[in-house]
Design a protein around this ligand. Structure first.
Ligand SMILES: Nc1ncnc2c1ncn2[C@@H]1O[C@H](COP(=O)(O)OP(=O)(O)OP(=O)(O)O)[C@@H](O)[C@H]1O
Ligand SMILES: [Mg+2]
Length: 337
């Protein structure tokens, strides 16, 4: 199984480079992912942040090889698992990586679980199919996994159907399924949006614990800047299918270098600024079928000048060795209160 061509154990478990995805639809070609680059190392948590429709889930689908094709097509770039470009693999090789190396938790837990099979059956099937385990052993492992994600009375609950679990528990079952085959990278796409705030915190805590225990790379996709502060090491901020800023989490919160990041931060409620007005980001994201020339954020940006509205879009400027921002005026932005 490890006969992947060009496998390099010292390369990061996931590196995405200049990824491009478009959807060819009746109303035109939507450029959904426009040159996304990021990587995650073992034991690291990378948050991918951005408002609805900026291409977060599509990026994840492209990595997993589950893009809806047609209408979606990867038109450029590389997705490397330990140096191996997944886009060049056969579907069968890809399936091996998908199940064993890079796993994903989906935005909607209920629709990702099959309603007609028990949770135990669905977990067990992973072990039977990929590990050739017997029914009895698979059941034993399933119970261990439910225990691991802190489902009370796992031994009894293993025979229940998905609808018999609460929302928070279903999300835990999803985590158990994703971790069943010991992946090196876990992509969690908005793993807590459907849950209430207390349960959200518990599920995040659990994810963080499991990630640390397993020294796993974790990609946390979210549009909630509040959620990531505690758990992420680094943040990549996406806008209209591009990463516009990437930085260690502390730097981003202390001093954003891209106007969009700054606007996102100003739009989250802060207890210490009670009574102050939240600043909503004016305007709307651009139509992906008709992206403006230059910087996609320029039409909504208070720093924008003529150069921003001209092609090419700004390059990723080096802010520090561990930071980059796609903005001509990042120095001005970072110096602003
Ligand atoms: N199957 C599809 N066919 C056509 N367009 C699609 C398809 N899937 C996604 N898109 C488009 O791609 C764009 C990005 O979608 P994506 O689901 O990646 O957004 P997102 O950043 O995950 O947003 P959210 O925070 O709401 O989950 C959207 O404009 C969406 O309409
Ligand atoms: Mg999404």
């Amino acid at each position: 199984m490890d006969a992947l061509p060009g496998l390099d154990p010292s390369a990061p478990p996931l590196a995405v480079e200049n990824l491009q995805v478009e959807f060819r639809t009746d109303i035109g070609v939507a450029k959904v992912v426009n040159g996304v680059t990021f990587s995650v190392s073992a034991g690291e948590t990378l948050a991918i942040l951005g408002e609805s429709g900026c291409g977060k889930s599509v990026t994840a689908q492209a990595i997993m090889g589950i893009l809806d094709t047609p209408p979606g097509f990867v038109t450029g770039g590389e997705i490397r698992y330990r140096g191996v470009d997944l886009l060049k693999l056969s579907e069968q090789q890809r399936r091996v990586v998908r199940a064993n190396k890079i796993a994903m938790i989906f935005q909607d837990a209920l629709s990702a679980l099959n309603p007609v099979f028990t949770v135990g059956f669905q977990l067990g099937e992973l072990f039977r199919k990929h590990r050739g385990m017997s029914r009895a052993d698979a059941r034993k492992r399933s119970i261990e996994l439910l225990d691991m994600v802190k489902i009370p009375a796992a031994k009894d609950r293993v025979s229940d159907f998905p609808h018999q679990f609460s929302g928070g528990m279903r999300q835990r079952v999803m985590i158990a399924m994703a971790l069943a085959l010991d992946p090196e990278v876990l992509i969690a796409d908005e793993p807590t949006t459907a849950l209430d705030v207390t349960v959200q915190a518990q599920v995040m805590q659990l994810l963080a614990e499991l990630q640390a225990e397993r020294n796993m790379g974790l990609i946390l996709i979210t549009h909630d800047m509040g959620v990531v502060a505690d758990v992420a090491d680094r943040i990549s901020v996406m806008y209209a299918g591009r990463v516009v800023e990437e930085a260690p989490v502390y730097d981003i919160y202390a001093n954003p270098a891209h106007p969009y990041t700054k606007a996102l931060l100003e739009s989250i409620p802060r207890v210490d600024l009670k009574g102050q007005q939240l600043r909503a980001i004016g305007g709307l994201p651009p139509a992906l079928t008709n992206l403006p020339p230059g910087c996609s954020f320029a039409p909504r940006c208070r720093y924008a000048q003529d150069v921003c509205r001209q092609s090419p879009a700004p390059q990723l400027h080096t802010v520090s060795p561990s930071r980059g921002a796609r903005c001509h005026f990042w120095q001005e932005v970072i110096g602003d209160e």
